[in-house]
Design a protein around this ligand. Structure first.
Ligand SMILES: [Zn+2]
Length: 616
């Protein structure tokens, strides 16, 4: 065990110089470095209202739930006093950390002294709850420290991982390192118990791995990267003690480099894959990248819903059989869709292949965004593609991973828009606003205006002193069958590579890139091996998947049918915060569809994505 004075000394040794270094810039094998959301100011008709409702509504809702409606903060207070009861579930600490991470990102976007004071108040409580040896977990502090580190499925490292993500975020935004220091003490405590020559450990719910890489990036201390890799390498060797589930449930059936089929709990799988990609970025571990390639095919080609949602069944909150994609009972946890964004974002950074950004966009606009109401105060945990009525978003959940996930995910959405590599500026998502970053050795400011996701028209203005020699790689989404691209009103003369339109030229201040993506509404069929969708079609337009809600189709909801003669008409309308709805006309009948993310914002009725279809 590490004593208190030693860990303080270790912290003192972390000089400001070490903290300011960024290993990711020096040694990462990633091809693309994403432009951090802190450098992306979003000013967008679609996203700005969502970010405003996050700040005005979602954050206060989460804080109220954590402080008043549940005992999550009380648990930290009791842990600090080393007395009193633990309330809730053993991993409830993680929701507090995730909400804090969301608060930190919100402070980056909109400085707010009251919110910052709330963060500091919570952080003081975390620090007070931490044990002398660095351990922190309110469940075990309050229910029996003798039992800590005895049950691999009790999420101690999962909670620590979320604390580290929050600590890194808050340090980056405010420069305050009190929570970062708590994280360092906990990480050092874990490494005093586990590691080469010490005890084995297989975290039952992954998360710590990617968090340790963030701690490495922030502190420059390679031991955290090594520990992340060691934990990943522990999987698949029978080290899991006291298992209640099939080893596949938490990705422990084979060593990670041998994995080729996704199985088990969907969110755990996503976090593991992110951790593997993060570690491989520094170590160059080819086995990890080859496994991730195989797993990606298995997920995307055989086990993913049209919404980007994954995890078919509630039995294990995860995967069943290939092509088994029931709509009514689809699990599609909100956290798993966010996980798909996080993982595909990383895969895109490695490869510069837009197929990953396509899935990232799909999961973002559909599976993930459906997880929160338009007002920002209610949440879905499960996201089925069909509802027989009565299902609604809730204000909170006993297991509140999804609300706290959305809380930290939305304010950082700017992360997914731009990237930079040695030879190119990468544009992955269309989202209005400005972004400033370094490319081609110069400071570049891009101003983007777009009608996305309602229109495919985007204009990007380049701001730079002098001229800039670099490629622009502009993503042509996989759903888009025709597009045009101009620079200053003239055809851009681009080449196309891995789904990106590549323009290579000497850019001047004020150059304007104009992109037009054809975005017709379309009926799409599923892979014929998906039994649940046989004889059905779904409607898509651009990145959005549509659904039919009962409220718009009261007459004939149960008998509605698309046909090969159906004519689809897209109409801008003001309901649901302003959407483009799609009317499907077949003979004398009409079906009205709205974007899937917007369902259940009016009346708790029926809904379906896949609609019966008849060949005429
Ligand atoms: Zn969740």
């Amino acid at each position: 065990m590490m004593n208190h004075s030693f860990s303080l000394a270790a912290i003192a040794a972390l000089t400001a110089a070490a903290l300011s270094c960024n290993p990711s810039e020096e040694s990462s094998l990633k091809k693309i470095t994403p432009v951090d959301f802190s450098a992306v100011k979003i000013d967008d008709a679609f996203w700005s209202p969502r970010l405003m409702s996050h700040k005005e509504t979602t954050l206060p809702v989460c804080i109220d739930q954590i402080e008043n409606q549940t005992g999550r903060i009380r648990n930290f207070e009791n842990a600090a006093a080393r007395s009193g009861e633990h309330s809730g579930i053993y991993f409830d600490d993680s929701d507090v950390y995730k909400a804090l991470e969301g608060m930190a990102y919100s402070l980056q976007n909109n400085p707010d002294p009251v919110l910052e004071a709330k963060c500091d108040e919570w952080i003081d409580k975390f620090a007070a709850a931490q044990m002398e040896d660095g351990y922190i977990n309110t469940f075990y502090i309050l229910t029996g420290l003798d039992k800590r580190w005895t049950d691999m499925d009790k999420h101690e490292m999962y909670c620590a991982g979320h604390m580290i993500e929050a600590g890194v975020a808050y340090y980056k935004v405010t420069g305050k390192r009190k929570l970062l220091d708590v994280c360092i003490r906990m990480a050092d405590h874990m490494m005093s118990v586990f590691g080469p020559g010490k005890r084995h450990w297989v975290p039952g719910h992954e998360e710590i791995e990617l968090a340790l890489v963030k701690l490495y990036q922030t502190t420059g201390e390679k031991k955290y990267l090594d520990f992340a890799e060691w934990l990943i390498e522990n999987r698949g060797h029978g080290y899991y003690e006291g298992r209640a589930w099939d080893p596949k449930y938490n990705q422990d059936d084979v060593p990670v480099s041998e994995m080729s089929e996704i199985a088990g709990h969907a969110v755990r799988a996503m976090y593991l894959y992110c951790g593997m990609a993060d570690v491989a970025a520094y170590t160059g571990n080819k086995g990890y990248m080859e496994a991730l390639d195989r797993l990606w095919d298995d997920v995307v080609l055989r086990n993913m819903y049209i919404t980007g949602g994954i995890g078919q069944t509630s039995t294990n909150e995860g995967f069943s059989e290939d092509y088994d994609l029931p709509n009514l009972t689809a699990y599609c946890e909100t956290c798993a869709s966010v996980g798909m964004v996080l993982w595909n974002w990383r895969m895109n950074q490695f490869t510069g292949d837009s197929k990953y950004a396509d899935i990232m966009e799909k999961a973002l606009f559909n599976g993930a965004l459906a997880g929160i109401s338009l007002k920002g105060d209610h949440f879905f945990y499960v996201n089925p593609l069909e509802c027989e009525g009565g299902m609604q978003r809730l204000a909170w959940f006993g297991c509140a991973c999804c609300p706290s996930q959305i809380c930290r995910f939305l304010p950082s959405v700017g992360n997914y828009v731009y990237g930079v590599s040695d030879e190119a500026v990468w544009i992955n998502l269309y989202m209005g606003g400005t972004a400033s970053f370094k490319a081609g050795g110069k400071k570049v400011t891009l101003s983007q205006k777009t009608g996305y996701p309602w229109t495919g028209d985007t204009e990007i203005k380049v701001g730079v002193k002098g001229d800039l020699r670099t490629q622009f790689r502009i993503r042509i989404p996989g759903w888009c069958k025709a597009y045009s691209l101009e620079v200053n009103g003239k055809l851009a003369g681009e080449s196309v590579e891995k789904g990106y339109a590549v323009i290579d030229r000497r850019w001047k201040d004020g150059d304007v890139i104009s992109l037009h993506l054809e975005m017709p509404a379309e009926m799409v069929a599923a892979d014929p091996r998906v039994k649940a969708d046989l004889g059905k079609r779904a409607i898509q337009r651009g990145p959005l998947v549509y659904c039919a809600e009962e409220i718009d189709n009261i007459d004939g909801y149960d008998s509605m049918k698309l046909t090969s003669d159906t004519v689809l008409e897209a109409i801008e309308c003001s309901i649901l915060g302003g959407i483009t709805e799609i009317n499907a006309y077949s003979g004398g009948s009409k079906i009205t569809c709205i974007p899937y993310y917007a369902w259940d914002n009016r009346y708790p009725g029926k809904m379906k994505v896949w609609i019966d279809y008849e060949e005429k």
